[in-house]
Design a binder for this molecule. Structure first.
Ligand SMILES: *Cc1c(COP(=O)(O)O)cnc(C)c1O
Length: 221
């Protein structure tokens, strides 16, 4: 299993490097977040042993169950919250995570700011943008992005950039390009975009953070 994990990791890294070439980007400019949601610690350990340190989880409770113990052995792990976050989980999220990708509304922003003020731990956040304007999906409407950025700055929330999950089953490139433009228009560098099926495209369009699960861990059960 250790071998398989390091092979998958090497493959994904090589694909990212290839995708960096056309735009002459450095692979160091792309953070690979290994999305370990639903996978038990036994499946995560081989990647840690292969030297990987940046992981993503989408549920606070599941992350609390798995990561404190893993962190005893690997204290330099960087844990990203990539899912929808409920405001009543803000305290726990700020305590557990090193970066939060799902900031998408003023109520959550307030809760996160309060949690950061209380603990003195300031966690960088990505604003999630609903690039496909899908009703059922989380994310801030494109038109509301500048106002939310302004609020985050006023609340002294460290700002990581913009994040999106494009609509399922259609070509994602136009949505990645839209997110990149929104970031540029607002003077932001960080772009969290791209999953197992489309991370190379995302990197070509400027992703600084890709969130890859299946390509590293295999299918989720
Ligand atoms: C699950 C998930 C991913 C990873 O998806 P894969 O297709 O398995 O790579 C990335 N981003 C978010 C927000 C997710 O929920």
């Amino acid at each position: 299993m250790a071998n398989e994990a390091s092979t998958r990791l090497a493959d994904v890294r090589a694909n990212i490097a290839k995708a960096c070439k056309p735009s002459r980007r450095e692979i160091d400019g792309v953070t690979l977040i290994a999305v370990s949601k639903t996978h038990p610690a036994e499946k995560i350990t081989p990647l840690l042993e292969a030297g990987h340190r940046v992981f993503g989880e989408n549920r606070v409770q599941e992350a609390q169950e798995k990561w404190p113990l893993l962190r005893e052995t690997y204290p330099d792990v960087e844990l990203h919250s990539i899912g929808q976050l409920q405001s009543n989980k803000a305290d726990e999220a700020v305590a557990l995570f090193d970066c939060i990708h799902g900031l998408d509304r003023p109520s959550l922003l307030k809760a996160l700011a309060k949690a950061m003020d209380n603990t003195g731990k300031r966690v960088p956040c990505f604003i999630q943008v609903n690039v496909g304007e899908e009703e059922q999906k989380g994310g801030c409407a494109v038109a509301d992005v500048p106002a939310l950025i302004e609020r985050a700055r006023n609340a002294d929330i460290p700002f990581a950039g913009l994040m999106c999950i494009p609509p399922f089953d259609i070509e994602p490139a136009p949505f990645f390009a839209l997110l990149a433009k929104l970031a540029a228009d607002n003077g932001l560098d960080g772009l969290s975009m791209g999953m197992s099926g489309d991370y190379e495209t995302a990197v070509m369009l400027g992703a600084t953070h890709v969130r890859v699960g299946t390509a590293l861990f295999g299918a989720r059960g």
